[in-house]
Write a protein that binds this ligand. Sequence first.
Ligand SMILES: *Cc1c(COP(=O)(O)O)cnc(C)c1O
Length: 376
Amino acid sequence: MIPFNKPYLTGNEADYIQRSLLAGHVAGDGNFSKDCHRWLEKNTGVTKALLTHSCTGALDIAALLSGVKQGDEVILPSFTFVSTANAFVLCGATPVFVDIRPDTQNIDETLIEDAITERTKAIVPVHYAGVGCEMDAIMDIAKRHDLLVIEDAAQGLMSTYKGRPLGAIGDMGAFSFHETKNIIAGEGGALLLRDKTFVERAEIIREKGTNRQQFFRGQVDKYTWSDVGSSYLPSDMNAAFLMAQLDQAEKITEARLNIWNRYYDALKVLEDKGLARLPKIPQECTHNGHMFYLLLPDLESRTDFIAFLKENDIHAYFHYVPLHSSPKGLKSSRAHGDLKNTIETAERLVRLPLFGDLSEEDQNFVVSKILSYFGV
Ligand SMILES: *Cc1c(COP(=O)(O)O)cnc(C)c1O
């Protein structure tokens, strides 16, 4: 059986966790957490990186920092994971969904401006498959309308747009280290703050609404309730797991890109013959090999294709149920325009098995089955 995903381990995770245990500080913000913060800051160029227990948690903090409230609106794609929208709905804001581009499945930057109202407070681009959104256009719109940009870069660590790391371009960014992502900690995430504007308040919200960080640094003489907040820290054992992965981030990315490129080269014939479409990487982007997908002609052909792979013990999956048409989305959001590409992509897209140690032999098997399905 060839699974869709298998968590990739470097082999150093248990050793790093053991070191965290021996250091005697296993709660949040121990030595490994500090190492992860430094790594993320150095490699993305942001002023502040803060580990969280998930990307969902990082987005929750970002939404609180943005100050959105009841009646405010936030612009984002409907073709994304629930957390992108839920963070803002938790604050009482209304997600306004804009369609995606048919080439990258990222938010269509040319449709954003028309969706802006006087209640709009933020734009939340999602870098689908670790491929960057058109960030120059998005940042320009945000600047002209005085909006915040919060990047859902859950899939985007180690990818760039015009040489800039994803997650570090907007005011805030969020990474995920869930086991389905490239660099993992089991569960985990990080909030990136580009400049110092939000740093102090982010530290407080992340520490249950207390000024514990300032207290530790000797900046205040009391540790007390200062703001709203919750507990968003991962334990230092989780950070140790993550550090073992970050230390090999380039190797992990290279392994995934090799697999991605092999899929692309072997399956290009499907696109040439008009049988299926392959992912598009815009020239200004470098990517991290997070995901390889095919776009089949329609829902029926995709259903048949996935069933065929399953019969051959190959697990391939689709997603997302567009948020605007989901039960909660129907109640709590607004769609701007017909979202035609969103609806079509959700019906046509299928993701192929891709993980760090997918062997060349197994990948060749997947490719040969796919080619035989299409009769090429
Ligand atoms: C995985 C993912 C999330 C959630 O990440 P967690 O770390 O599991 O909370 C959010 N947004 C996108 C686009 C994702 O792919």
